[in-house]
Ligand binder design. Structure first.
Ligand code: AMP
Ligand code: MN
Ligand code: MN
Ligand code: MN
Length: 290
């Protein structure tokens, strides 16, 4: 049972080497503490592999520090809703829950199968041998789209990650391979059954019309979702207000987080995101005593 103090600095969305982040769990915790984060949720894509290491790293760090950091076990589950790839974050989950670990293993089997399809599509476009190169880099880890993107950039086929996703790997693009991800309802259930709270990740990033976004948030709420991310890097005041309004309308709490992946995107910093509007109920009200 969590019992956090009031007025802490939260970052409830961050990645490590266990998925597509740049740093190890130990290093991420150290960087977060140095950035003034009091509570860090580790939310790697479809895996909890880094969580235990991060918790232990925090314990070791806290022995010699006056600013203790708490690591919250989390995950970011790739999901699908109405033909769109959607990310659902699970916070304060039991990361050792056997059913959850099994379900995430299935997600990674799907990722492996997808890697082969992406490779075949790239070959047909005349870009040969990318998967072999990816595998020699990532070793045992299941390759994600960013691993493919790096090779395309190194080969000079594209200049930026954005360009790779726009031309090749983004949804519906030339080398995109669809995965039958779990539905939003299933992902929320997986998180709830592992004792966690489900959060709709970066709602503004799906490029949905206002009407469709509203339908997604309604479906997420009906499925038992707890919160939506309201304050995330790069959102302007208008967008944050819109998300805060949706949270109020659907009686959802609000979450915050950097979605930190590493130093390659210097405009994203651990613990940094716009201010959460006062009218929002932060998700940490579940974990704090007044
Ligand atoms: P995957 O989980 O393997 O499907 O890869 C998705 C990841 O790629 C996301 O979590 C982002 O980190 C990254 N990504 C997605 N779209 C873009 C984009 N347009 N530009 C840069 N990175 C992206
Ligand atoms: Mn990512
Ligand atoms: Mn995401
Ligand atoms: Mn993320």
């Amino acid at each position: 049972m969590l019992n956090l103090k009031p007025n802490l600095t939260y970052d409830l969305h961050a990645h490590t080497l266990a998925s597509d982040g740049e740093f190890s769990p130990e290093r991420l915790v150290e960087l977060a503490q140095r950035a003034g984060v009091d509570v860090l949720a580790l939310t790697d894509h479809d895996t909890v592999a880094g969580v235990e290491t991060a918790i232990e790293a925090a314990l070791a760090l806290n022995e010699k520090s006056e600013a203790p950091i708490t690591v919250l076990p989390g995950v970011e589950i790739s999901s699908r809703w109405s033909g769109v790839d959607i990310h659902i974050v699970g916070l304060n989950i039991s990361h050792k829950d056997e059913r959850l670990v099994e379900r995430l293993a299935m997600q990674n089997e799907k990722r492996c199968a997808r890697a082969a399809v992406i490779d075949r599509k790239l070959s047909k476009l005349g870009v040969e041998g990318v998967l072999a190169e990816v595998q020699s880099r990532v070793g045992d880890k299941v390759p994600g789209r960013p691993d493919f993107a790096k090779i395309l950039i190194e080969r000079g086929i594209c200049k930026t990650f954005d360009e790779v996703f726009r031309k090749y790997l983004g949804q519906g693009k030339a080398a995109y391979a669809m995965i039958e991800w779990p539905t939003v309802e299933e992902s929320v259930a997986w998180i709830s059954e592992a004792g966690g709270s489900a959060v709709l990740a970066h709602p503004a990033r799906y490029k949905l019309t206002r009407t469709k976004l509203s339908r997604l948030i309604a479906a997420f709420q009906a499925a038992g979702g707890a919160a939506i991310e309201v304050a995330t890097p790069g959102l302007d005041k208008g967008k944050i207000d819109q998300l805060a309004n949706f949270a109020e309308e659907y009686r959802l709490m609000a979450s915050v987080g950097s979605d930190y992946h590493g130093a390659a995107t210097p405009w994203v910093q651990l613990g940094r995101y716009p201010l959460l509007p006062k009218r929002c109920t932060p998700i940490w009200s579940l974990w704090t005593t007044a």
